[in-house]
Ligand binder design. Structure first.
Ligand SMILES: CC(C)(COP(=O)(O)OP(=O)(O)OC[C@H]1O[C@@H](n2cnc3c(N)ncnc32)[C@H](O)[C@@H]1OP(=O)(O)O)[C@@H](O)C(=O)NCCC(=O)NCCS
Length: 466
């Protein structure tokens, strides 16, 4: 199946048998000595063969370029305060670089070629928001086969970019000086992140996008340096970000999983393949979900906020090592209170007003790029959940998570979603396998900027980046 557009995996689809049978010409052909050297080098760079290598490396591998040429890979990231190699397990958590005082922060934006200029994007302005939507809609993450591309709605973008404490100057991009057309974008939002025992203010970097015509011109490093400068100006020196691409060096990596809800359409658009020997009718029967959720749920209301915050923090503290900390109700209100056509959070309520659990998902559709009839996949993504079941032990916790995710699947089906995606993080794994999720062809790599800590397991990850 496709990765969820490997963004974050930009767009993952179900992994298929075909993935193992890619045409020969797509694979690098190298003589054994060169290959051994390259593999050695890749080992040094701590990448796994074929695992979303950066474009420069892929290009060099395909061209059989000299080793020195290939070694230039990561000319940007090798200069940044990030781990350059696999992280030793005994590393002591802390920054690579100490904080600097504001007067030491570069005061003016990094220079751009004269054809381009920096532009702040005000997402409250419909026209500017539409410009951002168009850039992303046409240029953001695609799956590795170029079949699907994320299609973030304007209301989604507003939600994602305007949490409590957001800074307007952290939503910015590059536009053409003459036409004023937006050609690149990057954003940061403020977060309190718990990483193991430390709680740090960080920025979460998202929506890095460069117009297709301006790719491979080293514009991304300029955007990244500029967002770093703007964070430093506000006294924040750590960041977290995710990517399907593997760059130096992930703190964790979580595969995408997909639960088919509309197998006919997903097979037609090539998101899902029918296993050999399985008819569509059998697949449809196999993917059916119950008509009603296993738990008695209702949509979260504003009055549930304090309880949901409690459940969220308890769940994250007990089960994960890297997660946002929501100390205030306004954070939970922003991130979990349902938003029309963007976000759904359901609570389990015993009718006496006691909320014992919650589960949430958001809508992130994908444009279908190469199909005559279907133009969009309606995709729900598993977001956060919380439960008191852990007080009754591991087994009860797993059973309850399964019921919560199953309830979300039922609601997503009723809402007309074609697929329900999620990443294998926190405690999702067991529920995914019981509920017929299939692994995608992408993984989401998690990165920390200017913060080193031991490598984490996927089950340690609590942060879901939208
Ligand atoms: C990701 C994207 C902005 C990179 O732009 P590009 O034109 O390919 O790359 P540039 O020539 O400008 O810069 C290359 C550098 O950026 C790094 N880079 C590429 N993708 C990156 C990412 N997602 N995050 C951080 N750095 C990234 C490369 O590793 C390289 O640095 P290196 O030499 O140290 O390895 C562009 O491919 C894009 O818009 N893709 C679609 C959207 C997307 O995938 N966004 C990422 C969100 S997860």
């Amino acid at each position: 199946m496709p990765d969820a557009h490997e963004k974050k995996s930009s767009t993952s689809k179900e992994a298929t048998q075909d993935d193992a049978q890619k045409p020969e010409e797509e694979k690098p052909r190298l003589d054994p000595v060169r290959k051994a050297k390259l593999l050695q080098m890749l080992e040094r760079l701590h990448m796994q063969t074929g695992d979303h290598l950066p474009p420069e490396v892929m290009k060099a591998l395909k061209a059989g370029t000299a080793l020195e040429e290939v070694a230039k890979a990561h000319q940007f990231w090798s200069t940044q305060p990030v781990p350059q190699e696999d992280i030793p397990v005994n590393v002591v958590p802390g920054p690579f670089q100490e904080d600097i005082s504001q007067d030491k922060v570069r005061s003016i934006p990094y220079p751009l070629p004269k054809e381009f200029e920096w532009v702040d994007i005000d997402v409250d302005d419909d026209i500017q928001l539409e410009g951002l939507y168009t850039l992303l809609n046409l240029n953001y993450n695609e799956d590795s086969d170029g079949m699907f591309r994320f299609d973030y709605s304007t209301s989604f973008l507003r939600w994602a970019l305007k949490p409590p404490g957001f800074q307007k100057s952290w939503h910015f991009g590059v536009r053409a000086t003459v036409s004023k057309k937006l050609v690149a974008f990057i954003s940061a939002i403020p977060m309190q992140m718990r990483v193991l025992k430390d709680i740090k203010p960080m920025v979460e970097i998202n929506f890095l996008c460069i117009h297709k015509k301006l790719r491979l011109k080293r514009l991304a490093p300029v955007l990244i340096k500029e967002v770093t400068r703007r964070s430093h100006l506000q006294g924040i020196f750590q960041a977290i970000y995710t990517a399907g691409t593997r760059i130096p060096t992930p703190v964790a990596s979580c595969p995408y999983f997909h639960r088919t809800l509309n197998p006919k359409k997903l097979v037609e658009v090539g998101f899902t393949a029918l296993p050999r020997g399985m008819s569509l009718a059998r697949r449809i029967a196999n993917d059916a979900v119950p008509a009603t959720p296993p738990l008695k749920i209702r949509l979260m209301e504003e009055k549930d906020t304090p309880r949901v915050r409690e459940l969220y923090n308890q769940f994250q503290n007990a089960n994960t090592k890297l997660a946002p900390v929501y100390d205030f109700d306004e954070n939970i209100k922003h991130w979990l209170l349902p938003i029309d056509d963007v976000l759904w959070t359901y609570v389990v309520d015993d009718s006496n007003g006691n909320v014992s659990d919650f589960v949430s998902f958001y809508r992130l559709d994908s444009s279908v790029l190469k199909h005559e009839v279907h133009k969009k996949i309606n995709a729900a993504y598993l977001y956060y959940c919380g439960t008191t079941a852990q007080e009754q032990g591991e087994q009860a916790l797993q059973a309850r998570l399964q019921d919560l995710i199953q309830s979300a699947l039922v609601m997503a089906k009723q809402l007309g979603f074609d697929v329900f995606n999620g990443i294998d993080c926190a405690l999702n794994s067991a529920a995914f396998s019981k509920l017929k999720f299939a692994q995608g062809d992408g993984s989401l790599n998690y990165y920390l900027f200017n913060w080193q800590c031991p490598a984490l397991e996927r089950s340690d990850i609590g942060l879901i980046m939208v």
